[in-house]
Design a protein around this ligand. Structure first.
Ligand code: NCD
Length: 326
């Protein structure tokens, strides 16, 4: 494992499987009345959020707390950032607090990379979503969710996603979730197909390790998981499709389309969902939709990432296992 987690593209297959397996062990904690491990006692994790977040922020907070770390939550709103303080000065302040890990979400693509390479801070940097670039822990929790559903024996420990077909649908252009997932899923051996209107397919997609289709109906029948993306209006500075109805009709997932998916196939969504736009309420609330489960899995994945980046090793995981069997 590298010292930071900036991009899903930096993860080797072995790194990714180690994170998934570690998360699988840590997930068993969630079933116990006392959910805490002493592993990161005395370490400080700072959550540095310059952009809105519900799931990711509380998930990192829960993960750090379940490992007994001290957690400092920083959100740009209400801080000196709104007085114009720079990323550098904010980082120097965090360093003065002795942060062992900094989890950063920023509207600018590349901000976590800057933080990791600047020398301003010594701790590990974890990218919790930067602009339209990457969101590696989301991709990890998505891969974890797919593996649990498609390789249920001991939840697929040690396994990758070789041969699985995953379809990612919607606003790929603005989606850091899609970018991270394409890299990670292909590293894990899955076959990834992107489906989007031509206006929402990024430039340079030919060099990504995936197929591209403009026809959702042509792919839903032969996929193991369909991942719906939110239409990210806040990042749109132009009209990318004629009307919402038109978008929903061609690229949304409704009950009829879901019925044409193979019986075992799941529907995923990173949240927040636009019900009635990319996904109907019927699909969002159906048993096949894993959106809520993805949130729960996110805590285990983030525990695994913090644990491994802050010096955990396999023997310590084994120690957690020993403790668990007591
Ligand atoms: C995503 C994000 O913020 O990139 N959400 C999340 O982290 N669960 C996707 C989105 O905002 O649509």
């Amino acid at each position: 494992m590298k010292r930071h987690l900036i991009s899903a593209a930096d993860l080797s297959r072995d790194d990714a499987v180690l994170i998934l397996d570690t998360a699988e062990e840590l997930a068993r904690l969630a079933d116990r009345p006392i959910k805490k491990l002493p592993t990161l006692r005395g370490r400080t994790v700072v959550n540095l959020f310059f952009e809105d977040s519900t799931r990711t922020r509380i998930s990192f907070e829960a993960a750090a707390k379940r490992l007994s770390a001290d957690v400092i939550n920083f959100s740009a709103k209400g801080s000196s950032v709104s007085k114009g303080e720079s990323l550098k000065d904010t980082a120097l302040t965090l360093e003065a607090m002795g942060a062992d890990a900094v989890v950063i979400r920023h509207h600018a693509s590349g901000a976590p990379h800057r933080l990791a390479t600047s020398g301003w801070i010594n701790g590990a940097v974890v990218n919790a979503g930067d602009g339209t670039h990457e969101h590696p822990t989301q991709a990890l929790l998505d891969a974890f969710t797919v593996r649990r559903h498609l390789s249920p024996a001991a939840s697929g420990v040690g396994q990758d996603l070789a041969g699985r077909r995953i379809t990612i649908v919607g606003d790929v252009l603005h989606s850091r979730v899609a970018r991270s997932n394409v890299h990670l899923l292909s590293t894990l051996g899955a076959e990834v197909t992107l489906v989007a209107p031509p206006t929402l397919v990024p430039f340079g997609v030919e060099s990504w390790p995936c197929e591209v289709s403009y026809d959702l109906d042509a792919v839903v029948g032969k996929t193991d998981a369909v991942m719906m993306l939110r239409v990210q209006r806040e990042r749109m500075n132009a009209a990318f499709f004629p009307t919402e109805r038109e978008y929903a009709r061609r690229y949304g997932l409704d009950g009829d389309r879901m019925a044409r998916m193979p019986e075992h196939a799941i529907v995923m969504h990173p949240g927040p969902m636009n019900r009635g736009m990319e996904i109907t309420a019927e699909v969002a609330d159906s048993d096949r939709c894993t959106a809520v489960e993805q949130v729960a899995n996110g805590v285990s994945i983030r525990m695994a990432v913090l644990y491994l980046l802050l010096g955990g090793n396999e023997s310590a995981v084994a120690a957690a296992r020993t403790e668990e069997s007591k």
